[in-house]
Design a binder for this molecule. Structure first.
Ligand code: EPZ
Length: 420
C-alpha cells in the first residue's frame, strides 16, 4: 500500500487549480443511464471513485468513450446488465446512485446493498422507501436490492425523514422519468444536488426548487443527451484553504467558486485568515500568523459541511486557544482524533464533540488513514508537525483528492509518495 511521507514545518505558499467535484460527478455519471442519447460529462476529476463508477457503467454494457481530458461520453442505450455487483459496490458505496436511474429507465435494477463504512452504518432505507412510494416493487434479498417497475414509475409526495444527499439525488433522477409530479420534502440542498438537477434539466427534465428543501419534478417521457461540466470541488477547495491556514501560509485556488462553501470561508475568517475571492478564484493569506481556534457544528448544507470536520480538528490542534467540534451527521466520524493524539494533539472526545486544545506544535509520526476526509486531516497535521509524518493506507485519500502530492508540492510542501 502506498504511503505519503511528509516533512512538516513549511508554510504553504503558491497557487493551484481545483478539480471537478467527486460528489457531483458520481450522481451525474449515474444520471447518464436515464438518457436515450449520448451524454458527455466534463471537468471530471482523475480519482479512483470516478474510475470505479466508469468501470461499473462499463460492466453494465454501457458504451463509454473517454477523451484525453477525461471527459466521458456515455450512451446508455447499449446497456445489457441491470446489475451493480457487490465487488464494485463494496469499494464505492455511491454505486447506489445507479438504482434510481436504472429502475426508472429500464424497469429493473439489481444493486448490491452498499453496506456500512468506517464513518457509519450508512443505511439506504430512504432511497428504497422513496422508490416504493413511486411504485417500484422492491425486494431486499441476498445482499442485493432488487427493484422492478412494470410501466413507468408514478410521481409521489415524498417526505425524507433525514436530509440525505444521495437519497435526494436517487429519487430526483427516478422522478425525472416518472409519470406525474414528484415532490421531495426535506430534500438535501447541497451544491452537488443542484449541479445534478441542472444536468437533468440539460437532458430535458423538468426540475424546480433544487437548492431548497422542497424539490418538484414533473416527469417526462424521455430524456435526451447533453454535454455537462461538473462544478468545482468545494471540499477539495476547503481542504487546501484549511491546510494554508494551519501552516500560516498563503494559497490562491483557481477554477473554484466562493458561493458553494460560505460556511467554511466564514469559519476560516474566524481563525484570523484574510480571504479574498473573485469569479472563479479564492485566496487565503494568514500573513504568517498562527490561526485562532474555532467552534463548529456540522449539519446539512448550507451549514458547516461534515466533509470538512476532520480538517478543522487538525487546524484547531495547532491553533491559539481551545475549539469544540461537534459532528451531527455521521455517528463515527472522529477516527482521525486518535491518530492526531499520536502526533501529540491535545483532544478529548465527549460524545459527538471533540474538545481540541491548541498546541504550539505537533510531532511527526507514522499514522494510518481510516477514511477519505480523516486522511486529509492527517496530511494537514503532517504539514504543520515538526519532523516526518508517514501516512499509511492513502488509497482512502486517492478516492477524493486528485494528485494530492503534486498539488501540495506546487504549494511548497515537502511531500512524496512511497510506493507500497
Ligand atoms: C453524501 O453521502 C456524500 N457522498 C458524503 O461525502 C457526505 O459526507 C454526505 O453526503 C453528507 O454530506 C456523496 O455524495 C457520494 P447522506 P450520503 O445520505 O448521501 C442518514 C465524502 O467524504 N441516512 O446525506 O451517503 C445517514 O446515515 C463523502 O466525499 C439514512 O438514515 O450521505 C447519515 O446519518 C463521505 N437513510 C445522514 O442520513 C438513508 O437512506 C446523511 O447521510 C440515507 C441516509
Amino acid at each position: 500500500m502506498d504511503k505519503l511521507l511528509i516533512q512538516g514545518g513549511q508554510p504553504l505558499d503558491g497557487e493551484i487549480r481545483v478539480s471537478g467535484a467527486k460528489n457531483s460527478a458520481l450522481p451525474i455519471l449515474a444520471a447518464t443511464l436515464l438518457a436515450d442519447g449520448k451524454v458527455t460529462v466534463g471537468n471530471l476529476p482523475h480519482l479512483n471513485d470516478i474510475t470505479t463508477m466508469i468501470e461499473l457503467l462499463g460492466r453494465m454494457g454501457v458504451e463509454l468513450l473517454i477523451d484525453e481530458r477525461m471527459s466521458v461520453q456515455v450512451d446508455a442505450n447499449s446497456i445489457k446488465e441491470l446489475t451493480a455487483p457487490y465487488e464494485l459496490v463494496k469499494t464505492m458505496r455511491a454505486s447506489i446512485l445507479v438504482l434510481g436511474p436504472m429502475v426508472a429507465h429500464f424497469g429493473e435494477a439489481h444493486v448490491s446493498l452498499p453496506g456500512g463504512c468506517a464513518i457509519g452504518t450508512r443505511p439506504v432505507n430512504l432511497h428504497v422507501q422513496g422508490l416504493e412510494q413511486m411504485g417500484a416493487e422492491i425486494l431486499v434479498e441476498g445482499g442485493y436490492i432488487h427493484a422492478y417497475c412494470k410501466d413507468r414509475l408514478k410521481g409521489a409526495h415524498i417526505f425524507l425523514d433525514t436530509v440525505t444527499v444521495t437519497g435526494t439525488e436517487n429519487l430526483m433522477m427516478a422522478a425525472a422519468l416518472a409519470d406525474g409530479v414528484t415532490i421531495l420534502e426535506n430534500a438535501a440542498r447541497e451544491p452537488e444536488v443542484v449541479d445534478l438537477a441542472e444536468c437533468l434539466i440539460a437532458m430535458g427534465a423538468d426540475v424546480r426548487g433544487h437548492g431548497t428543501s422542497t424539490i418538484e419534478i414533473h416527469g417526462v417521457e424521455s430524456l435526451h443527451g447533453c454535454h455537462f461540466d461538473v462544478l468545482p470541488d468545494r471540499v477539495e477547495t476547503g481542504t487546501y484553504l484549511c491546510a494554508a491556514a494551519a501552516t500560516r501560509g498563503r494559497v490562491l485556488l483557481k477554477d473554484t467558486r466562493e458561493d458553494i462553501l460560505e460556511a467554511v470561508l466564514l469559519k476560516l475568517e474566524e481563525t484570523g485568515a484574510e480571504i479574498s475571492t473573485g469569479k472563479d478564484w479564492i485566496e487565503l493569506n494568514m500573513r504568517g500568523r498562527r490561526p485562532r481556534a474555532v467552534n463548529l457544528r456540522t449539519a446539512p448544507y448550507p451549514a458547516f459541511p461534515t466533509d470538512m470536520q476532520a480538517q478543522f480538528v487538525a487546524l484547531n490542534a495547532v491553533a491559539e486557544g481551545t475549539g469544540s467540534v461537534t459532528e451531527t451527521v455521521f455517528e463515527n466520524r472522529f477516527m482521525h482524533v486518535q491518530e492526531l493524539i499520536r502526533m501529540g494533539a491535545d483532544i478529548d472526545l465527549e460524545g459527538n464533540t471533540a474538545i481540541v486544545r491548541g498546541l504550539d506544535y505537533l510531532t511527526g509520526a507514522p499514522v494510518m488513514a481510516t477514511d477519505l476526509r480523516a486522511s486529509a486531516s492527517l496530511v494537514i497535521a503532517g504539514l504543520v508537525a515538526r519532523g516526518e509524518t508517514l501516512v499509511d493506507r492513502i488509497y482512502h485519500i486517492d478516492r477524493g483528492y486528485e494528485c494530492i502530492e503534486e498539488k501540495l508540492q506546487l504549494l511548497g510542501a515537502t511531500i512524496r509518495r512511497i510506493p507500497g
